[in-house]
Design a protein around this ligand. Structure first.
Ligand SMILES: NC(=O)c1ccc[n+]([C@@H]2O[C@H](COP(=O)([O-])OP(=O)(O)OC[C@H]3O[C@@H](n4cnc5c(N)ncnc54)[C@H](O)[C@@H]3O)[C@@H](O)[C@H]2O)c1
Length: 374
């Protein structure tokens, strides 16, 4: 096969990264062009390198074998349908779509047209995750936290589709079986969508996950803790560092009875807790570029006709779990009265407390007063 002819559709934050990597890091790829209707985004691409740039991605369809879709989420479905119906392989940024119905349609159309679809759940290519999974045995309980400050990006969706979807996909890939139950609450700070969310997911294999996501946080973090049959791993996804704890077989097999521990045994265990007993290790993880690994995996799947690491089907499963989390958020009752007490917090009955106008005045470039909540 000749070099795979690729386009990037959407040249914002993520599209620029995809463009740079496809242009400079992948030998078996020819970057044919970039599409973005925004003149500002087009200028930014042209400043990066001499690449043909068009406003309408449909102009590139006759010239390409594959395309990365990095538009805002609400356009993923329409753009992907156009490409897949023309037999074009796609790497669709996460989340696959913002609705289950759209996601399922993409899975079907991709199958029908024999297109390789990779979904941009890039954490799957984080080497710290793969290393952690080798240490813990079968994952059973997972806690994940993904928080950032408010960036005004991806505001077409809430934090569940924006950030939590990464951890939803990770836990869905780690637990064998399907999600059987979800409970969730969310809080909307800026309106329209939830900006903070907490979910508990249970899977048919017995696995349980507690996931927290916020895009309005003063302490940004991306961490995941995995409790498995052989041990525990704590991963900092932001810098790909990993701490693992191995549970010794004499504890796993219940050969030691804590109720019968002598004072000497208790003292030794206290002193040696994370050295000789629960052996704690900082594990060095090779530094890699996860987006590049994701692109390489996708191109390899296109060349071999194989399934990429994050298939459209898995992307659709993540969207289905996200939808169930959102259902929970939107129907949670914050009060036992009959007042409008469901959904993210701003739907709470007004308390009568009005903020000082000072807050509005502090925003110097705002030309109109901030809209008041209904
Ligand atoms: N994998 C990750 O870690 C990760 C991180 C951030 C964002 N994302 C995802 O990437 C996607 C893009 O996010 P972003 O932060 O780059 O957004 P962005 O707003 O920075 O960029 C989106 C770009 O798409 C362009 N666009 C809109 N409609 C288009 C169309 N019809 N054709 C071509 N271009 C179009 C916009 O003009 C804009 O330049 C989102 O789906 C988001 O969820 C993934």
């Amino acid at each position: 096969m000749n070099r795979v002819r690729v386009a990037v559709i959407g040249a914002g934050h993520l599209g620029k990264i995809h463009t740079r990597l496809l242009r400079s890091q992948l030998n078996d790829v020819r970057l044919v062009g970039v599409a973005d209707p925004s003149p500002e985004a087009q200028r930014a691409v042209l400043n990066q390198a001499e690449i043909p740039v068009v406003s309408d991605y449909r102009k590139l369809i006759p010239e390409i074998d594959a395309a990365v879709i990095a538009t805002p989420t609400r356009f993923h479905h329409a753009v992907a349908m156009d490409l897949l119906e023309n037999g074009i392989h796609t790497l669709i940024e996460k989340p696959l779509t913002d609705s289950v119905a759209d996601a399922e349609q993409l899975v079907e159309v991709a199958d029908l047209n024999k297109c390789v679809v990779q979904v941009g759940h890039v954490e799957r290519f984080n080497p710290a995750i793969a290393t952690a999974l080798r240490k813990v045995g079968t994952p059973k309980f997972i806690q994940a936290s993904r928080t950032s400050t408010y960036t005004f990006r991806s505001t077409d969706v809430g934090v569940v589709h924006d950030l939590m979807i990464h951890d939803i996909d990770l836990v869905n890939s780690m637990f064998a079986g399907i999600m059987t139950e979800s409970r969730a609450v969310g809080i909307s700070v800026f309106g329209h969508h939830e900006d903070t969310a907490q979910a508990r997911l249970e899977f048919s294999c017995g696995g349980v996950a507690n996931i927290t996501a916020s895009r309005c946080s003063f302490s940004p973090e991306r961490t995941i803790q995995i409790f498995g049959t052989d041990g525990f791993a704590s991963v900092n996804l932001a810098d790909s560092t990993l701490t693992a704890i191995q549970i010794p077989s004499w504890l796993r097999q219940r050969e030691f009875d804590v109720l019968k521990a002598t004072p000497e045994q208790q003292a030794w265990i206290r002193e040696q807790l994370f050295d000789a007993v629960l052996k704690k290790k900082q594990i060095a993880v090779p530094t890699t570029n996860a987006i590049l690994s994701e692109q390489q995996d996708w191109i390899e799947a296109i060349r071999n006709g194989s399934t990429p690491k994050v298939s459209a089907q898995q992307g659709a499963e993540a969207v289905a779990i996200a939808e169930s989390v959102l259902d929970q958020i939107n129907t949670h009752r914050w009060s036992d009265t009959e007042l409008r007490m469901t959904g993210p917090l701003p739907t709470l009955e007004p308390t009568g407390v009005v903020d000082e106008p000072l807050f509005v005045d502090e925003l110097p470039t705002i030309s109109a007063p901030l809209p008041k909540a209904a």
